[in-house]
Design a protein around this ligand. Structure first.
Ligand code: AMP
Length: 189
């Protein structure tokens, strides 16, 4: 299996780049944010729980997110691998993902991290709000909360993959195509 973590702050371009990587490598895209939004749209219990956190730009609790992620991986038994987008977002999630994959005889091949300056993130998210329809993109306070939580809880996850020699930083500024090319060359080394 070929499992890649696409990492970066909110607005770094993970969703956009995932589409290209999924086609290029024939992998399954697993975005925890998308799964939560699907559940919200369908009014499930998971959706109701997730929404209260997402509306405020907070992280959904680890145990809920981890068990949902495992179920999603198990649904795609035939997958050649996954692009994990928006997961892991805490060190506990990274550890849980590692043991889960190890139990299946798999592992994470690389974490590719899109680096984008903070002021650019806010600009991108506010612009995206017009088309995404996402309430968490439209409110500058919620955006700031998401960025602060990223810095406090999610950025340290990079250390986990650095220690394992699997971390690759990618410049997230430029055209979509330029960034895809950088990602592909980092993954293919
Ligand atoms: P995203 O679509 O990745 O921007 O995620 C949108 C929101 O979903 C986040 O702000 C969190 O509230 C929630 N979320 C997505 N992925 C995770 C995760 N791995 N852990 C906790 N919460 C998450």
């Amino acid at each position: 299996m070929r499992n890649i973590v696409l990492f970066g702050p909110p607005g770094a371009g993970k969703g956009t780049q995932s589409e290209f990587l999924v086609n290029h490598y024939g992998l399954v895209h697993l975005s925890t944010g998308d799964v939560f939004r699907f559940n919200i749209k369908n009014g499930t219990e998971l959706g109701k729980l997730a929404q209260s956190y997402m509306d405020q730009g907070k992280l959904v609790p680890d145990e809920v997110t981890i068990s949902m992620l495992k179920e999603e991986v198990e649904k795609s038994a035939e997958a050649k691998g996954f692009i994990f987008d928006g997961f892991p977002r805490t060190t506990s999630q990274a550890e849980a993902l590692d043991s889960f994959l190890n139990e299946r005889g798999d592992c994470i091949e690389a974490m590719v991290a899109l680096e984008v300056p903070e002021n650019e993130l806010t600009t991108r998210l506010l612009a995206r709000a017009a088309t995404s329809g996402r309430a968490d993109d439209a409110d500058p306070e919620v955006i700031q909360n998401r960025i602060d939580i990223y810095n406090a809880e999610t950025a340290p996850v990079a250390e986990f993959y650095k220690r394992a020699g699997k971390y690759k930083a990618i410049n997230g500024l430029g055209t979509i195509k330029d960034i895809t090319e950088r990602l592909v060359s980092a993954i293919d080394v």
